[in-house]
Design a binder for this molecule. Structure first.
Ligand SMILES: C[S@@+](CC[C@H](N)C(=O)[O-])C[C@H]1O[C@@H](n2cnc3c(N)ncnc32)[C@H](O)[C@@H]1O
Length: 238
């Protein structure tokens, strides 16, 4: 190979490295069961196609307050929340297809129609939203990325929180929960140092577990392993 060619390849690699986005998830491929397969077809009206633009436009009542859940897993707690709060609109974002299928299956069976889901990176979806348009962003039991070299993938980080804050309405909230103590400390350290956010439990504190937040699959697992659950609710104040 000529020197010129090698040089061109190195430049290409550098560019690739520079532009590669750090994502907060790993796509896992697992098979769908029969009801999940048919749910993707039967309840396809509940599934949005990326790119989606302003999420509010996909609801019969776009003026209602919008909750966006990032990484809902299998979605049961999201369906229960949507059912319990018919006066709000809910959008769940997940990259795990069996989770999308299970969530629409349960939403469809429960007759919930104030909930939409989509398969996408939540970061990209948030970027498409108008500023000050979301009433609540929820992030329950996000991947803790336990190894130091993976810390950059943790969702709660200053650059990602800046985007979340930009998209929240004034007075809107960011609600997270984790069963991983080191991530809880990390979250507090990031969130308590965001000038645009107010810790509703007071600086340095976690929020008492709200009984309106249904238990999630990963929360149940954490409890079974003897982990403490920490909730954090922060309000946008600037
Ligand atoms: C540890 S699981 C928790 C699932 C669920 N919230 C629970 O508590 O059972 C985290 C989920 O977040 C999803 N996730 C992580 N980053 C995401 C992103 N940027 N956009 C969409 N989903 C994401 C992953 O695919 C995974 O299913």
């Amino acid at each position: 190979m000529s020197n010129e060619n090698i040089e061109a390849q190195v430049v290409e690699l550098d560019n690739l490295h520079e532009h590669r986005e750090i994502v907060t998830f790993m796509r896992r491929s697992s098979p769908l069961n029969t009801s999940q397969k048919s749910a993707l077809e039967q309840y396809r009206d509940l599934i949005l196609e990326y790119p989606v633009g302003d999420l509010r436009q996909h609801f019969e009542h776009p003026e209602r307050p919008l909750t966006v859940e990032i990484g809902f897993g299998m979605g049961r707690s999201l369906v229960l929340m949507a059912k319990a709060n018919p006066e709000r609109n809910f959008v769940g974002i997940e990259v795990h297809i069996p989770g999308i299928a299970q969530c629409v299956y349960e939403a469809g069976m429960a007759g919930v129609n104030n909930l939409r889901v989509l398969d996408a990176d939540a970061i990209q979806v948030l970027k498409e939203m108008p500023d000050n348009s979301i009433n609540c962003v929820q992030l329950y039991f996000p991947d803790p990325w336990q190894k130091k070299r993976h810390f950059k993938r943790r969702f709660v980080a200053h650059e990602r929180m800046q985007l979340v804050e930009q998209k929240l309405e004034m007075g809107g909230t960011f609600h997270s929960a984790t069963d991983w103590e080191p991530y809880a400390e990390w979250m507090l350290d990031v969130l308590d140092n965001r000038p645009n956010l107010e810790n509703l439990a007071g600086k340095g504190n976690s929020y008492p577990r709200p009984d309106w937040r249904p238990q999630t699959k990963f929360e149940r697992r954490g409890i079974e392993e003897g982990h403490k659950i920490n909730d954090f609710i922060f309000k946008k104040i600037n």
